[in-house]
Design a protein around this ligand. Structure first.
Ligand code: FAD
Length: 399
């Protein structure tokens, strides 16, 4: 007998939302996660006393309708917490600066009218936005601002993939988090009938077996009619290499970057730094320092520094202490984290469309932040569509 109708590999928001939708459709789901916790890039580092800091994603928006619908279905909309307004600031030469102070206004005014005719399709972020704000403004200010979004240079990303406009829900705060941090979204999605979660279990191979698939994990072989992979492309390529080279080869060709994060918690009274949503350096060895200030706390402030590759823990702590203007001994809680994010380039959409073609009718499902885009909502919408395909293919084959 099969161990589940569907085995989902990877417990980030993509795997969790796939599991949620599949279980809602009446399938039994077994979700296998390599780490000791679910969440993936949604990683709320919680410290005693209820304070937490986000090591990964920090903001959700009222346009994340798929995410909100899942929370609503689980009765968890009450967990939504509005983020208060706080400014992003630039850092240059060790000084905190307003964004406007670093912009060349004449260049901006001369370039801005292009918004009337500039097209995103087929253009990189640098080409499209550089045209709208001017080459110098882009290089000096907007390049670093955009790099802060995916914690890597975004210049060569397809312009269409970085920001999207979606219909908003008026009953929800424009930008929000959850009471216990964004990890709560994943924890809530997988907590429901029909979903069994096993964390601390690394899957090492996927192959076809009688009546479906066999997944090798933790020294066991588990069987299921269907398998969904919700892991970054390099991990998916590895799992599929032996049995599904037609998928593994294009997956291995997708570029990705490792994001290295150090989160710190500091007592409020130790800091002089003004209240900020984040700091973005115009030069230096980190992409951004995202603050937890949009949720005021009586005792602590928290920051997640997303570093450029290379550098030791000691040098990173020195940078953090320098930026925050405190002695290292004042960094009360320090947490480190590494995740993999896609680095899409022009042609990415065609590659994933080709992957979808190969996937059709296989009984195998792929989801993640490398299909529709990198945002949480992009992951949720991809997963929902893959579950629709699962149901349609099952209906066709009479399962
Ligand atoms: C620093 C940072 C800030 C961000 N900020 C925002 C933001 O504010 N708003 C927003 O919308 N988005 C943001 N994002 C993007 C968004 O968080 C991610 O794109 C999204 O969470 C990715 O989810 P995922 O499930 O596709 O992948 P992941 O979260 O990477 O999950 C994949 C999971 O698979 C597991 N896994 C891997 N290999 C195996 C294996 N062999 N066996 C079992 N399990 C395995 C991993 O441990 C991981 O838990 C941010 C991302 C980062 C890194």
């Amino acid at each position: 007998m099969a161990d589940a109708d569907i085995i989902v590999i990877g417990g980030g928001i993509s795997g969790a939302s796939f599991a949620f939708h599949a279980a809602k459709a009446g399938r039994s789901v077994r979700l296998l996660e390599r780490e000791g916790r679910v969440g993936g890039c949604l990683h709320t580092h919680r410290v005693e006393g209820g304070f937490w800091v986000e090591l990964g994603a920090h903001t959700a928006y009222n346009s994340y309708r798929g995410l909100l619908a899942m929370l609503e279905e689980r009765g968890a909309l009450g967990e939504v917490l509005a983020r208060e307004k706080a400014p992003f600031r630039l850092m240059c030469d060790g000084q905190v600066r307003r964004i406007g102070q670093e912009l060349r206004v004449l260049e901006l005014l001369a370039s801005a009218p292009r918004i009337l005719w500039a097209k995103k399709a087929g253009r990189t972020v640098r080409e499209y936005y550089g045209g709208l704000v001017g080459a110098r403004n882009y290089q000096r200010v907007f390049g670093p601002l955009f790099a802060a979004v995916p914690s890597q240079p975004a210049d060569d990303f397809p312009a269409e993939m970085l920001f999207k406009s979606r219909k908003r829900r008026k009953d929800i705060a424009r930008s929000f988090t959850l009471r216990g941090g964004l990890s709560t979204a994943v924890e809530t999605a997988v907590k429901g009938p029909g979903i069994a979660v096993e964390s601390g279990v690394e899957v090492v191979a996927v192959r076809r077996g009688s009546g479906g698939f066999v997944v090798t994990a933790g020294g066991r072989e588990l069987s299921a009619r269907n398998v969904a992979l919700a892991v970054p492309p390099p991990a998916a390529a590895k799992l599929l290499a032996a049995s599904f080279p037609e998928l593994a080869v294009p997956l291995a060709g997708l570029r990705s970057a490792t994001v290295e994060t150090v989160g710190v918690v500091v007592r409020k009274e130790a800091l002089q730094l003004e209240r900020v949503a984040g700091l973005i350096p115009l030069d230096g060895n980190f992409f951004s320092a995202v603050s937890r200030d949009p949720l005021t706390d009586a005792t602590y402030r928290g920051f997640a520094f997303h570093f450029k590759p290379g550098g030791s823990q000691a040098s990173r702590l020195e940078v953090i202490a320098g930026v925050l203007g405190v002695a290292q001994a004042k960094l009360e809680h320090v947490a480190e984290r590494q995740v993999v994010l896609p680095s899409p380039v022009l042609g990415h959409a065609e590659t994933v469309a080709a992957l979808d073609k190969v996937l059709t009718g296989t009984g195998l499902f792929l989801t993640g932040n490398y299909f529709d885009g990198l945002s949480i909502e992009d992951c949720v919408s991809r997963s929902a569509r893959e579950v629709e395909r699962l149901l349609a293919e099952a209906a066709t084959s009479g399962q």
